[in-house]
Design a protein around this ligand. Structure first.
Ligand SMILES: C[S@@+](CC[C@H](N)C(=O)[O-])C[C@H]1O[C@@H](n2cnc3c(N)ncnc32)[C@H](O)[C@@H]1O
Length: 287
């Protein structure tokens, strides 16, 4: 699903500047600073990553070799969560903040399998994500991609690209998977989530997954430092800290659990899996 050499070459020819699309600003791609989006692409076996990304990712893998499995588990969690929301709860609007580089089973593909009319807004602050996703998404009905930083909720929520597609008077699923751990405590991640949730009507959902260091040997966490020189630091949070993101939401069974434990299907077993990230889905209750 990645776009491969042609797009890479085109981007390089522009000396790191993606060509502006439809009058939008150009996005500078920094090939030398490890990008958290491209490191994740590497864990998932993608090819939209560069030497700096791979070097940082390998530092992580040196102490935590099961991280690629956790990345796959996260994609499977996302798939099950979108299936649950679209097929079982009738959700047809999704706002995905920090979607990452295009991969297999992107949210619009998962949602539109269940409801071809489903609408999906993607928001990311990484130039590589914007360039590669733009190439994939151009012209897909019901889908938009916005440059934006999670830490600026007022700006994102007022973006005409978002409000023109998503009707906030109807239920929305807000997806924040493997992204909140890139928000420092000083930026008040719980307060940010609360600001987004204020914009959601009752019957809307919040989907979160988040890396943890719970019950890890210190040696296994040595690779976390690799993120200090990346596009964002990695902040590990405990289960109760992850649960706090769901303040004001009713947690859907089984609550906040490890990735492979959230409503596993026949393919996955609740007892197996890594312990690298918690996840959960919450519903905003009625008035
Ligand atoms: C690890 S990837 C997760 C991708 C996808 N959500 C998933 O669960 O598979 C993290 C994504 O969050 C984005 N991101 C990190 N910090 C962000 C911020 N402050 N605002 C918007 N996006 C951010 C990164 O660029 C990257 O695309």
């Amino acid at each position: 699903m990645s776009n491969g050499g042609g797009l890479h070459a085109a981007v390089r020819e522009q000396r790191g500047t993606a060509v502006p699309d439809r009058g939008e600003e150009a996005h500078e791609i920094d090939f030398n600073t490890p990008s958290v989006a491209r490191m994740y692409d590497y864990y998932l076996g993608g090819k939209d990553n560069y030497a700096a990304d791979r070097e940082a990712a390998r530092l992580v893998l040196g102490s935590a070799p099961s991280v690629p499995l956790a990345a796959l588990e996260n994609r499977e969690f996302l798939k099950r969560a979108v299936h649950y929301l679209a097929a079982e709860r009738g959700i047809s609007q999704f706002v995905d903040i920090g979607p990452g580089l295009p991969t297999q089973g992107n949210v619009h593909q998962l949602a539109q399998q269940h409801n071809p009319g489903a609408k999906v807004a993607y928001v990311d602050n990484d130039a590589s994500v914007l360039v590669h996703s733009r190439a994939l998404l151009g012209g897909v009905p019901g889908v938009t991609l916005l440059p934006g930083d999670l830490r600026e909720p007022d700006r994102i929520l007022a973006d005409p690209g978002l409000t023109g597609l998503i009707d906030f008077s109807r239920p929305v699923a807000l997806l924040m998977t493997l992204v909140l751990h890139f928000v420092r405590p000083d930026d008040d991640p719980c307060g940010l989530v609360a600001t987004y949730s204020e914009a959601l009507c009752p019957g809307s959902f919040l989907v979160v997954s988040h890396v943890t260091g719970d019950n890890r040997e210190p040696g296994m966490l040595a690779g976390v430092g690799a993120y200090d020189n990346a596009s964002a630091p990695l902040i590990l949070r405990t289960r109760s800290q992850v649960q706090e993101f769901f303040n004001g939401f009713s947690l859907i069974d089984p609550g906040v659990v490890f990735l492979s434990q959230w409503r596993p299907t026949g393919e996955y077993h609740a007892q197996g899996g890594t312990r690298w990230a918690y996840c959960g889905v919450g519903e905003k209750p009625g008035n």
